[in-house]
Design a protein around this ligand. Sequence first.
Ligand code: AMP
Length: 402
Amino acid sequence: MLILVLNSGSSSIKYQVRDIAGRNDDGVSRNDDGVSGDDGRNDDGGILTEGLIDRIGGSDPGPDAVADHAEALDRIDAAVSAVLGGRELDAVGHRVVHGGERFSEPVLINNEITRAIERLNPLAPLHNPANVLGIRAIAAKWPTLPQVAVFDTAFHRTLPEHAWRYAVPDELYSRYGIRRYGFHGTSVGYVSVRAARLLKIQPENFNAVIAHLGNGASVTAVHAGKSIDTSMGFTPLEGLVMGTRSGDIDPSILIFLLRQGLDADGLDELLNRKSGLAGLAGDNDMRSVVEAADGGAEAAQTALSIASYRLAKYIGGYHVAVGGARAVVFTAGIGENSWRFRALVADRLTALGISLDEAANRAHSKQARVISTPDSAIAVLVVPTDEERAIAEATAAVVSPG
Ligand code: AMP
């Protein structure tokens, strides 16, 4: 099936066309043993084309100006048609950031679903409105093309109440929906299944701690294949030290700063855009921070130490939460590529009996792989994520189940 995967932002749309093979009865796509093919073949997951349309709705008129999401879609249509050579798309899969409490699975979109996503706008003011624009633009252009919404929060709908509820008066939850939702779910769900298969464990019996470490970063406790706790909360600000986000801080710091005269926008900017690695080391990119640390920059060394310590604390806690993890899994930009950061984290986990195979940890690879020693009490894995593939497969499964 030909699936167009869309990630719509307020001023950009990322797209990819995937050719998705059929599915087995267990809902698992063929040719995926979690290690990209038995023969080590590099399985690209059927990417036919991909691209990014940005600066949508910008103020500078010019030949590259894109007025709105509808015009962006015309450009995507032109680019995609050139590649498909007469073949037609079977469906569109949308990455939707917030599914609130309602959506625990990918769903076929109709008007009612679109309105439900729109009603969640207050919970994800930067993301859901853009997703809705993308959905409406497709519906206007190709009214009969099936559209599926795949939610970043859905994998975390299995969190037990003791993990999702904050210790605040119930009114905050009942009136505003203030609770832990969690994000990165599409990635973590995909990586969890691949990691389990790599270890020859049934995904539904898998207990693990999965660290999605990109520019945004979160860690998830997986018990019996399901999310039971995750470090991002009501918004993606909670938890780990990220590229530009602080992660956990004492909420009283906000109250203190408000009293110093900072307003809501100022706090938002401070904690979401100026903190994390950027705030500590002056750069949000892990490569630069590691380089600076190697060059002797103390601020960068401190940043790495804080970030790895924070993650190690979560891993220890989640190991307990899942009743003993079989694996600690690293994924996304930093998790997949920074052997230095993985080593810093693993060094803080010796109390759990974790030991890394140094050569395996340092080796460059695009494959899912084990990087711990055979006698490590918990396996440590690197499993590349592929959100677009997960979205395309989920979309194909919704559109033609079984
Ligand atoms: P993502 O959001 O998943 O694209 O991840 C972005 C993060 O991955 C940035 O902090 C990058 O610096 C980091 N990253 C990407 N490649 C490397 C690499 N080779 N070594 C260290 N960090 C990397």
